[in-house]
Design a binder for this molecule. Structure first.
Ligand code: SF4
Length: 221
């Protein structure tokens, strides 16, 4: 079977099992971008709490965040751990948008994707997963987001080596899947659901897994 068909078959199995994930859970593209920065190394429920705190303090808007100090932001995003570092990342991003894009997130999307991605990756504190999440989920740009769950699941399936890099994983999906924003959006969200609920690090629940039939790394209990 072609890799493309294998990947689409996995997608179908996951979609049938979990249903549409409705990503990204946010009210606006700007909130998506803030969530993508805050979610690094922390559970999503902590991000929700931090975003609620920012809303309550009227600090979630781009302009409001630009006027706020790092300390003010940090005090509202404490549930996300590393809150001082994340407050700094938010300020770096906000200042960049203010100075380069007239304070409008939507102005980013007029740039060619490769140029924009390189520009964002150049900002302090923004790694590829965060940048790609902003591009895909806030900007509807055709870029596939991968993460530790992707590595774990697809190496267990026998489709990627365990030590594969972020760039190699991303290339693998983008080389074989049709370039469709909706597919990229849903596929990453479904991988997240499997990695979070079923294909766990230490004790994967293979007996509950929709991919068990085709998985080389399944554990039979
Ligand atoms: S069968 Fe088990 S190891 Fe394979 S993807 Fe599913 S949960 Fe992970």
């Amino acid at each position: 079977m072609l890799i493309k068909d294998i990947l689409l078959n996995i997608y179908e199995c996951l979609y049938q099992h979990f249903g549409p994930r409705g990503w990204w859970p946010a009210d606006t593209p700007w909130e998506v971008a803030v969530g993508a920065i805050l979610t690094q190394n922390v559970a999503w429920r902590n991000v929700e709490q931090a975003i609620a705190n920012l809303k309550e303090a009227n600090l979630l808007g781009l302009q409001e965040m630009q006027l706020a100090t790092e300390e003010e932001i940090a005090s509202r995003i404490r549930p996300t751990r590393y809150y001082n570092t994340k407050a700094r990342k938010l300020k770096v991003f906000v200042n960049y948008l203010t100075e380069q894009y007239a304070g409008e997130l939507s102005n980013l999307w007029h740039q060619p994707l490769e140029k924009l991605r390189a520009e964002l990756l150049n900002l302090w504190g923004l790694g590829p997963e965060t940048v790609d999440s902003i591009l895909l989920y806030a900007g509807n740009q055709p870029i596939f987001v991968v993460d530790a769950y992707t590595r774990r699941i697809f190496s267990r399936l026998g489709l990627l080596p365990e030590k594969v890099t972020y760039a190699e994983m991303q290339r693998f999906f983008m080389d074989h899947l049709p370039v469709e924003v909706e597919l990229y959006n849903e596929y990453h969200a479904l991988i997240d659901a499997l990695g979070n609920q079923v294909c766990l690090n230490r004790a994967p629940k293979c007996h509950l897994c929709p991919l068990a039939e085709q998985c080389q790394g399944k554990t039979l209990v």
